[in-house]
Write a protein of this length. Structure first.
Length: 353
């Protein structure tokens, strides 16, 4: 399986990973043969990246850090909560906690985590996919920092609900991909206040989870919002979710922006050390991020084009790359793999889409 830009899909390509709606239902299942009609429909839905299975990548395994079932359950639980908030009703905190506990157990079960999955997001499920990803990334960082089970649960719930305040914003604002106008930017910023007001009334949830929704856009240097807090005035849980939110926003399309490649996002994150976030949190976070995700197509400094087939978890910037070689004399295609930890003069120049 490998990643492919929606613009490079062709009739007959086989979908390698299921695409879900915002409530966790199947939109298009794994193994479906894509037609021109399907491809055009995916474009209209706002999807920019898909996973496909083909001969060159059929043995490449792209594991998610949580199970597909638990990711789908979390999206469905969040959708139920969002729908309740929209009509002014209460939502079931118990089902949320159950979904969160499943995510936590999936993450605690794994010894070494290097995450590089890019979501296949539609305009409608963008907020839901983003929220689950931020929850996963935040929980991974919380685990690395030695959080106990209770703290992990409070952190993960706050991360899942960090953007719940966007339910109070116009849909056309949330589906916009061009940069916001100053007026739109100010309107979007109100989601932190809305989120805090929604969550603080939920007695069965940790009040710090509500403060995550309130503070996840605050920054160490006081440049954030809504209160321009500085330094330690920003709670550690909000800093953790802020990093996860910042990274996932960079690598996926979302309100007011389009994505950048993961390796560039890692550079941006590192450049924010001690300005937006504590350096120690950023270093710990980046140890768990695949700068060049498995399944991505890359160009090497040798000029060769290949697919990332595996990771070196001790050195995330130096994965294993498979280069396909066309041999005209033998009329076949052979593969050669480079372990970039061993090939010290070779490096990846860019991710191709």
């Amino acid at each position: 399986m490998r990643q492919l830009s929606i613009n490079r899909l062709q009739d007959g390509d086989i979908l390698g990973r299921t695409i879900y709606t915002n409530d966790g239902r199947v939109l298009l299942g794994r193994g479906v043969k894509l037609t021109g009609t399907y491809i055009e429909r995916l474009k209209n839905l706002g999807i920019s990246i898909v996973y496909i299975d083909d001969e060159e990548s059929k043995d490449i395994i792209i594991d998610d850090v949580i199970s597909e079932e638990h990711r789908r359950e979390a999206m469905a639980s969040l959708d139920n909560a969002v729908q309740a908030v929209k009509v002014g009703k209460d939502f079931d905190g118990a089902s949320i906690k159950k979904s969160i506990d499943n995510i936590i157990q999936d993450i605690l079960f794994q010894k070494e985590i290097l995450i590089g999955l890019t979501d296949m997001r539609t305009f409608d499920n963008q907020i839901f996919s983003h929220s689950v990803n931020v929850c996963v990334l935040s929980t991974i960082l919380g685990k690395a920092l030695g959080f106990d089970q209770e703290s992990l649960q409070g952190l993960a719930i706050g991360a899942l609900f960090h953007d719940i305040g966007t339910t109070k914003l116009p849909k056309e604002l949330l589906t916009k991909r061009e940069p916001f106008t100053p007026e739109e930017e100010e309107l979007y910023k109100t989601h932190t206040n809305h989120g805090f007001e929604i969550l603080r009334t939920k007695r069965e949830l940790n009040l710090l989870s509500a403060h995550i929704a309130f503070q996840h856009h605050e920054r160490l240097n006081g440049s954030g919002y809504p209160r321009r807090l500085e330094g330690s005035a920003v709670h550690q849980w909000a800093q953790i979710v802020g990093i996860a939110d910042f990274y996932d926003t960079l690598v996926n399309d979302g309100p007011g922006h389009t994505r950048i490649p993961p390796h560039e996002a890692c550079e941006v994150i590192m450049g924010s050390a001690e300005k937006f976030f504590p350096k120690d949190l950023i270093i710990t976070f980046l140890r768990h991020i695949a700068a060049y995700p498995t399944g991505s197509t890359v160009k090497l400094n040798s000029g060769e084009i290949g697919i990332v087939v595996d990771q070196n978890k001790s050195l995330p910037m130096r994965p294993i790359v498979r280069v396909l070689l066309a041999d005209k004399q033998l009329s076949d295609v052979r593969a050669r793999e480079y372990n970039l930890v061993e090939e010290r003069t070779m490096f990846i120049e860019e991710i191709l889409e």
